[in-house]
Every structure is written in C-alpha cells, then in structure tokens.
Write a protein that binds this ligand. Structure first.
Ligand SMILES: *Cc1c(COP(=O)(O)O)cnc(C)c1O
Length: 233
C-alpha cells in the first residue's frame, strides 16, 4: 500500500510540475510520518524516500536512532525553546520559526554544535486563530531581527494553509506566501534567502506546486489516516 501511495503522490507531483512547466527536481517531497511506527518509515525509506517530517521534538528523538542515518529529518511542528537542544543535531531544517526568542535559542544551540541551522519562517497566511506562525507583516520584521544571528540561516517561508474541501480555495494563500517571499527577498538582507517555499499537504499539494512550492509535506497521502490516542493532539 505504501508503495502504491508513494507512486501515486509521485505521479501527481509530476503532473503538477508539467502543468506549470516546472522541473520535477524543483520540488522535494517530505514524507510526514508523525504518529506512524518506525517500521512504516523504514518501508517508505526502502522505496527511496530520504526526507521525513515530524511535528514533535520527542518523536524525532525516539525515531532517530532506530532508522538509517542518511534520513533528513524536518521539524515541521511548533517548537518549544526547551526542546531545541534535543533536536539541533538531528534535523536538517526547522520549518516553524515563529519568534525571535526561538531564533535566539536555535542560534545558541547551533553554535554549541558548530553548525548553521537552516530555518523557515512559519507564516499564518490566512490569519487563523488556531494556527501557529506569524502574520505577513511580522514575518518581515522577524526576518530583519534574525538576520544578524550567525548560526541560523533563513532559507524561506512555510505555511499550513486552512483545512478545506476544495484545494482551489487555498490557491490565494499560496500566491500570497510566494509574494511575501518575493517581497522579503527584495530587501536583500544579510543571511536571508527566500528560495524555499514549504507549502502544500495531502489535500492541496498539487495547487501548492502550481503556485511555486519547493517543499511539499505529505502525510496522509503516503501513510494513510492518522489515529490519535487519548491525550495526543
Ligand atoms: C501533519 C502535517 C502535515 C501533513 O498533513 P497531511 O494532511 O496528512 O498530508 C504537513 N505539515 C504539517 C506542519 C503537519 O503538521
């Protein structure tokens, strides 16, 4: 089933790229494996996937040692400052930068490990009460604030678009995120680049790719539905 799901997602990505004349190589698929057991991740790995996304620091730590070391782990969920030290040497990118205080902590921990951590600013592009992320104006301010931190490097923007039945409803938000990236890029700030747009999930990744996504985060479309027990999410 995983193999067929992956083949299906891959075909969809190719179709979306072709539709807007983008190269397949411009889009990276992140398999969002939260709540799923390591055996399932291993199967997806065996199909050739190397990028995995998790939304909890603890889950990354639990899975990290049980799976091959060439996996590129993406932290895509809300990150508390006291958890940064646990994942700083395990993840290849943090998609959820949403405050200067978090940036400072990532910078401190990255410095300890002598690395520069790529980060994305998470933008709550539809201004939903329930979503993490900064609004568009604050994204610009945050970029200006963090550009002097030497051990983090802002590489772009991330958003979790509204949950909708029709992905067309989110096209406007993907366009807005893209435009925001263009606007921030035009300011030519030190240490800030905007080549990465992490947008699009199972319900809307085709539309996101059409609007310029470079990273798509697909969970359900690969692993199937998630079942949460009590006291989790
Ligand atoms: C869970 C999650 C996803 C994947 O969601 P699906 O709808 O299952 O594809 C993507 N991004 C973030 C930030 C998530 O938490």
């Amino acid at each position: 089933m995983l193999k067929e799901n992956l083949a299906n997602v891959e075909a969809n990505i190719c179709t979306a790229c072709r539709k807007v004349k983008r190269e397949r190589s411009e889009v990276t698929l992140i398999a969002v494996s939260k709540t799923k057991p390591v055996e399932m991740l291993q199967k997806v790995y065996d199909c050739g996937i190397r990028e995995f996304g998790e939304n909890k620091a603890q889950e990354i730590c639990d899975k990290y040692d049980k799976l091959p070391s060439d996996i590129r782990w993406h932290m895509i969920g809300h990150l508390q400052r006291n958890k940064v030290k646990n994942i700083i040497d395990k993840v290849c990118m943090i998609h959820s930068l949403d405050s200067y205080r978090l940036a400072e902590e990532i910078n401190i921990q990255a410095k300890k490990h002598n690395l520069v951590m790529p980060v994305l600013i998470q933008v709550n592009i539809a201004n939903e009460d329930t979503k993490f992320g900064v609004n568009s104006q604050d994204a610009v301010l945050l970029a200006e604030e963090v550009c002097h931190l030497n051990n983090i490097q802002v590489r772009g923007l991330m958003t979790v678009a509204p949950f909708v039945d029709n992905p067309e409803d989110n096209r406007q938000y993907f366009q807005q995120l893209k435009q925001l990236a263009v606007d921030i890029d035009a300011k030519n700030m030190d240490n800030i680049s905007m080549e990465i747009l992490s947008m699009g999930m199972t319900g809307d990744y085709l539309t996101a790719i059409e609007e310029g996504a470079t990273l798509v985060r697909v969970g359900t479309g690969i692993f199937g539905e998630r079942y949460y027990g009590k006291n989790t999410q």
